[in-house]
Design a protein around this ligand. Structure first.
Ligand SMILES: C[C@H](O)[C@H](O)[C@H]1CNC2=NC(N)=NC(=O)C2=N1
Length: 112
């Protein structure tokens, strides 16, 4: 099986299943630096990336935005001086789908 970042996102609608606890644990192994937290009852993946300055953080968020637009699957982004915090979850199902783990892995690949 290809790495998580190379796997394809699937079209997701309101009836799509959230990941099970077992799937979550298994997928999390591939994005171990990402925190899984519940925000207003909805599970999310979250990670903060560090940079030397605001411009580098902004350039990274633009790369993440391109990844999101390519998959029509979008994160929450907090952009600060020297930092960018990325949160992934699937709004239509109010929680985590495998797509979110794929996009987290792709986000890691965009960090340089
Ligand atoms: C209409 C549009 O396709 C949907 O709202 C898409 C846009 N991007 C999305 N991004 C995320 N993270 N979850 C969604 O459910 C979602 N839905």
């Amino acid at each position: 099986m290809s790495g998580l970042a190379e796997q394809q996102c699937e079209a997701c609608n309101a009836s799509a299943p959230k990941v099970t606890d077992e799937e979550m644990a298994s997928l999390h192994k591939s994005v171990q630096d990402w925190e899984i937290l519940s925000v207003e009852g909805e599970d999310q993946l979250r990670k903060t990336f560090k940079f030397r300055n605001f411009a580098q953080a902004l350039a990274f968020t633009n790369r993440v935005g391109e990844l999101a637009e390519a998959e029509n699957h979008h994160p929450a982004i907090l952009l600060e001086y020297g930092k960018a915090t990325i949160s992934w979850w699937t709004h239509t199902i109010g929680g985590l789908h495998k797509n979110d783990f794929i996009m987290a892995a792709r986000t890691d690949s965009a960090y340089h």
